[in-house]
Design a protein around this ligand. Structure first.
Ligand code: NAP
Length: 460
């Protein structure tokens, strides 16, 4: 009989009791943070066999330590709107874990942003970044500022105020933010300018996702979407099909969605639906990506406008309905919890064969169970959307070396990284008696790297 000694407690053959106790502590210490609880639970559920095999992780309290951010910074962001009114938003940076390298993770500007959302994203980022094999820790940040409907001047004044405070806590060897929802090249540019002004010197390595002319990497814009498709292609290829000839539904029409659609199309798929937060477009002839790119990347318009130029296509109000469109492959690329149990059941009943998460935590825990129960091939976010942060790390490497790789060089490295993440996740799943379960595999492969580094660094 195996016995685990932990402080004044003894767990006998009951790793589950130990993990449940830590999870209850997380809930108690972080009340009203449902997204954070959900992300923690998903990881914990995968780790039971790891603790059975490696009780040193329990002895060293790795689990208790890993759920506690190293630092949470929350700050006031005052700015002046175009009418001369003073507005106040709240800014966050969660520096979650630096066992493998400087904190790395995006900034999200969206009215839904709060401590729970940033903590769930930061927690996921720890394991995702470990999976990339690059020397980067996990962090995340953002603000409840809503860029929608704001003028360029308002966005600039807000981001400058945000960076005035954030600049005290970040740096090329400390914490390197990037973009996320609501933060693209324009916002990164304004933040970089403000950081440069406040700190002095041209420290290209402080942010990633920069413009190509001032230290950005080619293929960073495409990386998350392309990477998701590379990962899914690897997974489905082993199961006898591919993007070529498949029908695909992609939610969202932002950065991740557009480049997931582009790569899926390049590989021969027909993408028949995409969306924004107001509704979705169904085009049985296949979405015309040049129209979507112009509407979203250039003109900042709603996806509903697509049907003005493609009258045979249909627009439906409400974004959740997109999952009722029958398809072979579903790529949720918009936001968290966009596929619930009901949506998952509809996808399954319509014959979906694979789901690849381009967004962070887009499927609820119940939805994932539905996919797994019905043998739908499932590529979890942590692994499938790690392409963006991987190329961000490549951007950091180029900045350090003061050189710039070609698009083909970066894209080639991205493909290799995504293949490696798939292989490592698959192998970890098989090693821990869960063959084919990439949720378990990705969580374990990421966790073990971080846990071993934490133990190597001692109790800090
Ligand atoms: P983005 O460029 O701002 O695009 C987000 C897209 O999702 C927009 O089309 C938006 O529509 C839509 N959306 C937002 N909320 C929605 C909702 N409730 N239902 C349906 N659609 C909704 O952001 P992004 O960078 O593509 O990020 C998308 C997801 O990928 C996020 O989960 C993010 O954390 C994750 N991710 C991003 C990266 C990256 O490199 N950018 C890397 C890893 C993971 P509206 O225009 O109407 O708001």
């Amino acid at each position: 009989m195996k016995t685990l000694e932990k402080g004044n407690k003894t767990y006998t053959e009951d790793v589950q009791a130990y993990v449940s106790e830590v999870y209850e502590t997380v809930k108690r210490r972080n009340p009203n943070e449902s997204e954070f609880h959900q992300a923690v639970k998903e990881v914990f559920d995968s780790l039971l066999p790891v603790f059975e095999k490696h009780p040193q992780y329990i002895k060293q309290a790795v689990l208790e330590r890993i759920v506690e951010p190293e630092r949470i910074i929350s700050f006031r962001v005052p700015w002046v709107d175009d009418q001369g009114n003073v507005q106040v938003n709240r800014g966050f940076r969660v520096q979650f874990n630096s066992a493998l390298g400087p904190y790395k993770g995006g900034l999200r500007f969206h009215p839904s942003v709060n401590a729970s959302i940033i903590k769930f994203l930061g927690f996921e980022q720890i394991f995702k970044n470990a999976l990339t094999g690059q020397p980067i820790g996990g962090g995340k940040g953002g603000s409840d500022f809503d860029p929608k409907g704001k003028s360029d001047g308002e966005i600039m004044r807000f981001t400058q105020s945000f960076m005035s405070e954030l600049s005290k806590y970040i740096g090329p060897d400390t914490d390197v933010p990037a973009g996320d929802i609501g933060v693209g090249a324009k916002e990164i540019g304004y933040m970089f300018g403000q950081y440069k002004k406040m700190r002095g010197g041209f420290q290209a390595g402080v942010l990633t996702g920069k413009g190509i002319d001032y230290g950005g990497s080619l293929a960073r814009k495409e990386a998350t979407g392309y990477g998701t498709v590379y990962f899914v292609e690897e997974m489905i290829k082993e199961n006898g099909f591919s993007f070529a000839g498949s029908t695909v539904v992609v939610s969202g029409s932002g950065n991740v969605s557009i480049y997931a659609m582009e790569k899926a199309m390049q590989l021969g798929a027909k993408v028949i639906a995409c969306s924004d937060s107001s509704g979705y477009v169904y085009d049985k002839n296949g979405i015309d990506l040049s129209t979507v790119k112009r509407l979203k990347e250039v003109e900042g318009k709603r996806i509903s406008e697509y049907v003005n130029e493609h009258p045979h296509a249909h627009y439906f109000q409400g974004c959740a309905g997109i999952w009722s469109v029958p398809c072979d492959i579903a790529l949720p690329c918009a936001t968290q919890n966009e596929i619930d149990e009901t949506a998952a059941k509809i996808l399954v009943s319509n014959g979906v064969k694979a789901v690849g998460e381009g967004a962070n935590m887009p499927s609820t825990l119940e939805a994932v169970k539905v996919f797994q129960k019905h043998d739908v091939l499932f590529a979890p976010a942590k692994a499938a959307n790690a392409g963006g942060v991987s190329v961000s790390a490549l951007e950091m490497a180029q900045n350090s070396a003061r050189l710039a790789w070609t698009f083909a060089e970066v894209d080639g490295k991205l493909q290799e990284i995504m293949k490696n993440i798939y292989r490592e996740s698959k192998e970890a799943a098989a090693d821990y008696d869960a063959p084919g379960n990439l949720v378990v595999g990705a969580n374990i492969a990421g966790f073990v790297k971080v846990a071993d580094a934490m133990i190597a660094h001692g109790v800090i």
